[in-house]
Design a protein around this ligand. Structure first.
Ligand SMILES: [Zn+2]
Length: 141
């Protein structure tokens, strides 16, 4: 699988990026959660809010989102007409997806944002036609 750029854009509110980075900074395990907002024309994903979900693995090497918390957050945002537009989690060092990440990315078909605790790099990916592509992240006010 290559690492080509795709045409999909992830527009993320500055506030959301700030919140995620500060959570990553404060934890010594992988943090994870859901990005909510709206999807436009199938190629733009607008992230308006994020919800942190408990990492059941409680591990610095992998994550499993608590399904009960996921359900609760999805329902809460559905009432505000917000869809899931991405998932995020942190890594201790590289932003490269693990083989486990790739497996689940395939199932979801939405952007996955990976944040490095080490250098605060933020990279978004999506799997399209069985290829791993990088999704451009644009900060919006
Ligand atoms: Zn990962």
């Amino acid at each position: 699988m290559g690492r080509k750029k795709c045409e999909i854009l992830l527009l993320v509110k500055k506030e959301v990026i700030r919140k995620i980075l500060s959570k990553v900074e404060s934890e010594n395990i992988e943090i994870c959660g859901i990005l909510f907002g709206e999807r436009r024309k199938g190629k733009e994903f607008i992230v308006k809010e994020c919800s942190f979900i408990k990492n059941l693995n409680n591990s610095p090497l992998s994550f499993t989102m608590d399904p009960k918390e996921m359900y609760f957050e999805i329902m809460k945002h559905a009432k505000k007409s917000m869809d899931i537009v991405g998932l995020f989690h942190s890594h201790m060092s590289s932003t490269k997806p693990s083989s486990r990440d790739l497996k689940f990315m395939r199932l979801w078909g939405i952007p996955w944002v990976i944040i490095s605790k080490h250098d605060k790099a933020i990279v978004a990916y999506i799997i399209k036609d069985d290829d791993l592509c990088e999704v451009e992240i644009i900060e919006i006010p």
